[in-house]
Design a binder for this molecule. Structure first.
Ligand code: ME8
Length: 634
C-alpha cells in the first residue's frame, strides 16, 4: 500500500470559468503527483467538473442556454486549461458521464437497501450558492456566512441519509487517525461540528423543482442532491466496485480541498463511505483561501484572477512557483501581482537564474564546455555535499507533511549554500595557475552536481525550467526509474557536454510601474484647462452596439458604422487602421451621442466613438460587465 498515491482535487462547478483558486489546488495536486510518480509510486491523479444542481441551471438560464450545453462549454474550459498549466492529471471526470451516473445510482441503492435512506419532510433555509441547507444558528445576521446572501426557506418531502447513525464512528475514526484531516486546525473544526448532534442529510430534490440531476434508483420523481452525486466521483473514476484501479488506488486516497468545502468532505463523505461499506479515504488535506487585496474574489468586485493571463504574462513556471511558495498550506494568502513580480525577480531571476548562468558560464570557460572529473576534494566541499544530502531528505519529508512552501524554502537554502561555495572557492582565482587545475575541476564538478540536484528537486514544481537546467548539464534522461538514484551526490558523468542557454528567468518589471511611465508620457499632451461640472454634464455619452460596418471609399482611416444606441444611427469613426469591419459587428462601444452631426467624406456622422491610444494604435473602450444598450456613461 505504501507505494500507491491517489490524489484528487475537488471537481469544480461549471457555473463560472476557472480562476486562480482552482489553478492552485490543481497545481498542488500536480506537484504531489509528479513527485510521487518520480519516486516510483503508482500514482493516479484525478480532477474534473461538477455539473448538476440549481447553481448550474441558474447560470445556464442567465446565459440563455441549456444546462448541458452550458456544462459542456465550461467543463471544456477547465479541461483545456490543465495542459496549459502543465498539469498531468490521469483522468478528467464529469458528473454527467454515464459511468458516474451509474455509480451514484449503485451507491444510493446500496445505502437504501441497508436501510440508511428514508423518506421524510424537510423545512429549512437553503443557500443555492452552497447547495445546502443551513440551520438557523449557522447563519450570520440571517445570511449565508460564505455568500452573504439570504437563503431561501424551503419546505418539502425528501429522502434523507441517516448520517446521525455514523457520528460516533466518525469521531472515533478521527481520534484514532489523527492525521485523517490535516492540517490540525481543520481536524479541530470538524470535531467542533461533531460536538453537536449530527442531523440526517437531505439527499434528494423533487424533480418538480429541479430536474437537472441524477434520478434516484428507487424513486423516479426525485433527483439526488449535488453533494451525494459529486463526492462519489472519487470512486467512479477508479472504476468502483470491481476495476483493478479501485482496488489498488483507493487505499492511498489523498483528497485536496480548500476550507470552503470542509463539511461535505470531512463529514458527509466519510459517513457516506461507511454506510456503503467502503473504507474511508486516507487523508483529507485542506488549504486556505487566496484573497485579493484582503477580500474574497468575486465577479461583482471585478477582482477575479485569471490563471492564463498570469501565465501568458510572466511564464508558466514562475506562476507555479509563486502559488506554491507564497501560500502556507492551510492558511489564507493574499494575492498581489506586485509580490509575484518581486518573487520572480529575487528568487527566480537572482538566486536560481544567476546560479545557473554563472556556473554554466564558468564550466564553459574553464573546462572546455564539458563536465570535468572530480579528483581533488577538500574540506571546503563537505558543507556543500552534506547540505545537498540534507536538502534531499528534508524536501522528502516536506512532501509527506504537505508543506510545499517549506520544500521550496529548503531548496532555496541549498541554492544559497551553493552561491556561497562559489564565493568561498573563488574558481576565477584557481583558474589563474595551471597547478590548481585538479582543484578547479573539482569545484566546477561540485557546482554542476549541485545544479543537477536542484533541477531534480524543483522538477515537480517547475518542470520546464528543471528540464532546461538538465539540458544545459547535458543530462538527457531524467526519467522515473532514475529519480531515486539521481538524488544521490555524484551522478553527473564527466565528459558530458555543457551548453549555454538564454537566461532561465529574465527579470520583469512590475506592470504598474510601466503603466505609470505610459501615463507620464501621455501627459506630454497637456491636460486641458479645467471646466465646470455643468459643462461636462452637457456631454451625453452612451453605450451602443455596432450593427454593421463598412469601409469608406478613398479613405484608409475611416469606417462607416451603423449602430444601435436605443435607436439606429450612422457614425463615421477613424479606426480603419486598427479594426476591420468584420471584427466590429456585434461589439459594444462608447459613443458621444449629442455631438452635432458632421459630414466626413460625404457621410453624415451622428455621434463620435471613443477609443484610447495603446502606443501602437487605437483600442475601443470595453466593459468589465455586459452593459445595457443606450445606457448613459456617468
Ligand atoms: O465546491 N482560494 O466547486 P467549486 C483557494 N463542486 N482555492 C479556491 C478558491 C480560493 N479563493 N476558490 C476556489 C465545489 N478554490 C464543488 C466541489 S468536490 C466533490 C465538489 C478551489 O468550483 C478550492 O479547491 O466551488 C475549493 O475547495 C474549490 O476550488 C471549490 O470549487
Amino acid at each position: 500500500m505504501d507505494k500507491v498515491y491517489f490524489v484528487t482535487t475537488p471537481i469544480y462547478y461549471v457555473n463560472a470559468p476557472p480562476h486562480i483558486g482552482h489553478a492552485y489546488t490543481t497545481i498542488v495536486a500536480d506537484v504531489l503527483a509528479r513527485h510521487y510518480r518520480l519516486s516510483g509510486y503508482r500514482t493516479f491523479f484525478l480532477t474534473g467538473t461538477d455539473e448538476h444542481g440549481d447553481k448550474i441551471v441558474e447560470a445556464a438560464t442567465e446565459a440563455n442556454t441549456s444546462p448541458k450545453d452550458f456544462a459542456d462549454r465550461i467543463s471544456a474550459q477547465f479541461r483545456n486549461l490543465w495542459p496549459e498549466l502543465a498539469v498531468t492529471n490521469d483522468y478528467f471526470i464529469r458528473t454527467t458521464d454515464t459511468n458516474h451516473v451509474e455509480t451514484v445510482r449503485l451507491i444510493l441503492q446500496k445505502v437504501h437497501d441497508a436501510g440508511d435512506i428514508y423518506f421524510g419532510k424537510y423545512e429549512g433555509y437553503y443557500c443555492i450558492g452552497c447547495e445546502r441547507f443551513y440551520v438557523e444558528k449557522e447563519l450570520v445576521d440571517g445570511l449565508c456566512p460564505d455568500h452573504q446572501t439570504a437563503p431561501v426557506y424551503r419546505e418539502e418531502n425528501n429522502y434523507f441519509f441517516r448520517m446521525s447513525k455514523y457520528q460516533d464512528w466518525l469521531i472515533q475514526h478521527i481520534h484514532e487517525n489523527p492525521d485523517f484531516i490535516r492540517p490540525e486546525r481543520y481536524k479541530n473544526e470538524v470535531l467542533a461540528f461533531l460536538r453537536d448532534p449530527l442531523e440526517d442529510l437531505c439527499i434528494s430534490r423533487p424533480k418538480s423543482r429541479l430536474s437537472w440531476g441524477i434520478t434516484l434508483p428507487f424513486d423516479d420523481n426525485y433527483v439526488t442532491y449535488v453533494w451525494f452525486d459529486a463526492l462519489i466521483n472519487y470512486i467512479t473514476a477508479l472504476g468502483y466496485p470491481d476495476r483493478e484501479d479501485y482496488r489498488v488506488f483507493w487505499p492511498g486516497a489523498q483528497h485536496l480541498i480548500a476550507k470552503d468545502i470542509l463539511k461535505p468532505h470531512g463529514i458527509y463523505w466519510p459517513t457516506m463511505l461507511k454506510a456503503a461499506g467502503i473504507e474511508p479515504f486516507r487523508h483529507l488535506n485542506v488549504h486556505g483561501y487566496w484573497v485579493v487585496d484582503q477580500s474574497k474574489m468575486s465577479k461583482s468586485l471585478g477582482n477575479v484572477i485569471k490563471p492564463l493571463e498570469l501565465k501568458d504574462k510572466y511564464g508558466l513556471d514562475p506562476f507555479r512557483y509563486f502559488l506554491l511558495r507564497e501560500m502556507v498550506f492551510g492558511l489564507d494568502s493574499n494575492f498581489s501581482e506586485e509580490s509575484f513580480v518581486q518573487r520572480l525577480n529575487s528568487d527566480l531571476a537572482n538566486d536560481l537564474g544567476n546560479l545557473v548562468s554563472r556556473t554554466i558560464t564558468m564550466a564553459v570557460k574553464y573546462c572546455e564546455g564539458k563536465v570535468p572529473e572530480s579528483t581533488s576534494p577538500s574540506d571546503g566541499d563537505g558543507v556543500l555535499i552534506e547540505s545537498g544530502g540534507k536538502t534531499i531528505a528534508d524536501v522528502e519529508s516536506c512532501f509527506h507533511e504537505l508543506a510545499l512552501h517549506k520544500a521550496l524554502i529548503t531548496i532555496w537554502d541549498f541554492i544559497n549554500v551553493t552561491n556561497k561555495y562559489i564565493v568561498e572557492q573563488e574558481p576565477w582565482k584557481l583558474a589563474k595557475d595551471p597547478v590548481n587545475r585538479p582543484r578547479l575541476d573539482t569545484v566546477i564538478y561540485n557546482l554542476l552536481e549541485s545544479l543537477r540536484i536542484i533541477a531534480v528537486l524543483v522538477s515537480p514544481f517547475m518542470p520546464g525550467s528543471a528540464q532546461r537546467i538538465m539540458n544545459q548539464l547535458g543530462v538527457e534522461n531524467t526519467s522515473v526509474q532514475d529519480y531515486e538514484n539521481i538524488r544521490r551526490w555524484g551522478c553527473l558523468i564527466p565528459g558530458n557536454r555543457i551548453a549555454v542557454e538564454d537566461a532561465l528567468f529574465p527579470r520583469v518589471k512590475y506592470e504598474k510601474e510601466a503603466e505609470k511611465a505610459d501615463a507620464k508620457r501621455n501627459l506630454v499632451e497637456p491636460v486641458k484647462p479645467a471646466i465646470e461640472y455643468g459643462d461636462f454634464d452637457k456631454v451625453d455619452i452612451r453605450v451602443a452596439r455596432i450593427i454593421d460596418a463598412e469601409t469608406v471609399p478613398n479613405s484608409n482611416k475611416l469606417l462607416k458604422l451603423k449602430i444601435d444606441i436605443g435607436e439606429e444611427r450612422t457614425i463615421v469613426a477613424g479606426i480603419a487602421k486598427d479594426y476591420t469591419p468584420k471584427d466590429l459587428i456585434g461589439k459594444k462601444i462608447v459613443v458621444v451621442a449629442n455631438l452635432k452631426p458632421a459630414k466626413l467624406m460625404g457621410i453624415d456622422s451622428h455621434g463620435m466613438l471613443l477609443a484610447a491610444d495603446t502606443g501602437k494604435g487605437l483600442t475601443l473602450l470595453s466593459f468589465a460587465e455586459d452593459p445595457i444598450i443606450g445606457a448613459k456613461i456617468r
